[in-house]
Design a protein around this ligand. Structure first.
Ligand SMILES: [Zn+2]
Ligand SMILES: [Zn+2]
Length: 162
């Protein structure tokens, strides 16, 4: 599926081809909440990194999240969280460990996305108590992250895009 995206101020525009365009995974981890999630979660989609085209690249900034675990030295995540340096909109994540993939934030996509047949509420162990986590029919709750990849989920639901 062809996706077009942009930041809020319009300095950065991008497009890509995405095989996993269904916004089904609500990530409640602290990185997503603080950098992109506000009221709770952020949603990443699965796309083809080679197809990514960017206008306004000079406005991009990249954040490598600081990972803090009790009793361990802080480290930097290899994953680059790309955002607009002018308006702060979260745009996409690219990780050199999976260089063929790019994960745009659903919030930055302007193309209408398919509605998910089921939503996964992920990383709930990291959600603060004030977050109103969606529950009930069609919502799968997960303390951390499902072992199934974005792509495998799309295949299982028969919604993988060519
Ligand atoms: Zn912007
Ligand atoms: Zn997250």
């Amino acid at each position: 599926m062809h996706l077009e995206g942009s930041c809020h101020c319009g300095a950065v525009r991008f497009s890509l081809e995405a095989h996993s365009p269904v916004p089904f995974m609500h990530c409640h981890c602290s990185i997503c909440r603080k950098t992109a999630g506000s009221g709770g979660y952020a949603i990443n989609l699965g796309g083809d990194a080679a197809s990514l085209k960017v206008r306004g690249r000079k406005h991009l900034r990249v954040y490598h999240a600081v990972l803090r675990e009790p009793g361990r030295r802080s480290t930097r995540s290899p994953a680059g969280r790309h955002f607009c340096g002018e308006c702060g909109s979260a745009l996409w994540l690219w990780d050199p460990r999976w260089p063929e993939l790019v994960h745009p934030h659903a919030s930055a996509i302007d193309t209408p996305l398919p509605r998910p047949p089921e939503v996964v509420e992920a990383a709930l162990d990291y959600a603060p108590s004030w977050v109103d986590v969606p529950k009930g029919r069609g919502h799968v709750q997960c303390g951390t992250w499902p072992s199934e990849s974005l792509e495998a989920w799309h295949k299982r639901h028969g919604v993988r895009s060519a």
